[in-house]
Design a protein around this ligand. Structure first.
Ligand code: GRF
Length: 194
């Protein structure tokens, strides 16, 4: 059974969807650790409630940078936990070599747009403001860029004429919660064969 490490900075609804899929028997996996760079993030409360090991990544008071030392510490914690696949779920810092090179081809992310369209922050607002007729979500491998890694899976969501950014985001999230567990299941099979 594949051992997952989840990194998130916020609400943790994608982490919850992964956990639900495991508990429903739809995904053969185990969440072995949940880490957050935000000490009071709700994702940590969810982990605690579910009895999952969790911890805080100490980013030395920096608001958006992920210091090299913190990346090294994170890689060590994940390795010690026996993590085979790192799933970013609303993690708001860019990963760099100390962490990326410790888990080559084993870090994935979910982004709320059809990449390569609308990378970066508030992708749902970008879609509404651009007048797009379609958006969605993408699961992709993580590289050192911002939402630039190889695409694994996508689901599309129509942008409705009266959509607000919030309404679109809510509908995209519904798709995320199905797509992410399904993509993890697909990767687990692939990694098992390697
Ligand atoms: C999701 O919309 C995801 O696509 C983006 O950040 C959001 C995280 O939401 N990367 P949650 O914390 O999983 O609820």
């Amino acid at each position: 059974m594949i051992r997952l490490g989840i990194l998130g900075s916020g609400f943790g609804s994608n982490m919850q969807a992964i956990l639900d899929a495991i508990q429903n028997g739809e995904l053969e996996a185990e969440i072995v650790i949940v880490l957050s760079d935000v000490p009071d993030a709700y994702i940590l409360k969810r982990a605690e409630r579910a009895g999952l090991p969790s911890g805080v990544i100490d980013c030395r008071g920096l608001s958006s940078k992920f210091p090299e030392e913190a990346q090294r510490e994170t890689a060590d914690i994940l390795s010690q936990a026996g993590v085979e696949l790192i799933c970013l779920a609303g993690f708001m810092r860019l990963l760099r070599p100390p962490l990326l090179s410790a888990f080559p081809g084993r870090i994935i992310n979910i982004h709320p747009s059809l990449l390569p369209n609308f990378p970066g922050l508030c992708a749902w607002t970008q879609a509404v403001e651009a007048g797009a007729h379609e958006s969605g979500c993408t699961v992709h491998y993580v590289d050192a860029g911002m939402d630039t890694g190889t695409i694994i899976a996508q689901a599309s969501v129509p942008v409705l004429p009266d959509d607000t950014p919030d309404r679109l985001h809510a509908r995209i999230q519904e798709e995320e919660h199905k797509l992410y567990p399904a993509a993890i299941a697909q990767i687990a099979v692939k990694l098992e064969r390697e």
